[in-house]
Design a protein around this ligand. Structure first.
Ligand SMILES: [Ca+2]
Ligand SMILES: [Ca+2]
Length: 258
């Protein structure tokens, strides 16, 4: 009896401390498109799922601005996702969890007494099937109207909060104990897909999508135009393995979406 109690105690003490991701006021770094740390850009649109111009009025139709491939490359231009819309991009060089930020997402925000921003969640995948969302934080509690601006420092791990690009560190998934990462289906040192998912910012009516801590994310709403929602203009790689991913690797996954 004493032996088994001792064994149990040893087993409990041997467990690693529970991973924790908390709101400590952290902010992402902002990047210029010409930053020398950006070594390559997304090369492939794997799938696009445009959202409604207004999720509460589907009869108005879907966001439609920009062709799917417009956001590819260093000279990318906007592809509008609409309320809750998403786009999945593929890369020819894998993204790895190196030192600091590993990749950068660009939207088309602009300065106007703060930054006009349309935010997106950021998800990553190694196999094109299992995606993990970077743990996001929203510290703004009030509803921004269609043209209201925000302070970039009120958000973390939400793409689009800067005029420039937003840097993301895959280590946050490790810190958060993301189940796909601990389970091995998402390998933070072998990321070849990035998915952006538009935030629905309807805080006032209770329809907003929520951050990692379950808080409503305050994003401009309503914005019922063809260019509504996150306007993705590019995803750039900072940390990458030397080995290029063979085309067959994402080509076979792309077929899953057809
Ligand atoms: Ca990193
Ligand atoms: Ca939105």
């Amino acid at each position: 009896m004493r032996t088994s109690l001792l064994l149990i105690t040893v087993l409990i003490l041997a467990q690693p401390a529970a991973a924790q991701f908390t709101d400590t006021g952290q902010v992402n770094a902002e990047y210029d498109r010409t930053d020398s740390r950006l070594v390559s850009w997304a090369s492939q649109v794997v799938s696009v799922d445009r959202g409604y111009m207004d999720y509460s009025q589907p009869e108005l139709g879907l966001a439609s601005f920009g062709a799917e491939g417009d956001c590819l490359g260093a000279a990318g231009t906007p592809v509008s996702l609409g309320d809750g819309g998403s786009i999945t991009l593929g890369f020819e060089t894998e993204i790895t969890n190196g030192s600091g930020d590993d990749f950068v997402v660009f939207e088309n925000g602009f300065e106007w007494n703060g930054v006009f921003m349309e935010l997106g969640f950021v998800e990553v995948s190694s196999n094109g099937v299992d995606f993990s969302r970077l743990p996001s934080l929203c510290r703004r509690e009030t509803q921004p109207g269609p043209w209201d601006t925000s302070d970039p420092a009120l958000f973390y791990n939400l793409a689009g909060n800067f005029v420039g690009g937003t840097g993301f560190d895959l280590q946050d998934l490790v810190t958060a104990g993301d189940p796909n990462v601990t389970g091995g289906v998402v390998d933070v040192n072998h990321i070849i897909f990035v998915r952006l998912v538009d935030v629905i910012g309807d805080v006032a009516e209770g329809g907003a999508t929520t951050d990692y801590l379950g808080r409503a994310v305050a994003d401009p709403y309503p914005t019922a135009t063809e260019s509504c929602g996150m306007d993705l203009t590019g995803v750039a790689v900072i940390n990458t393995g030397v080995v290029a991913v063979e085309n067959a690797s994402w080509g076979s996954v792309k077929s899953l979406y057809r």
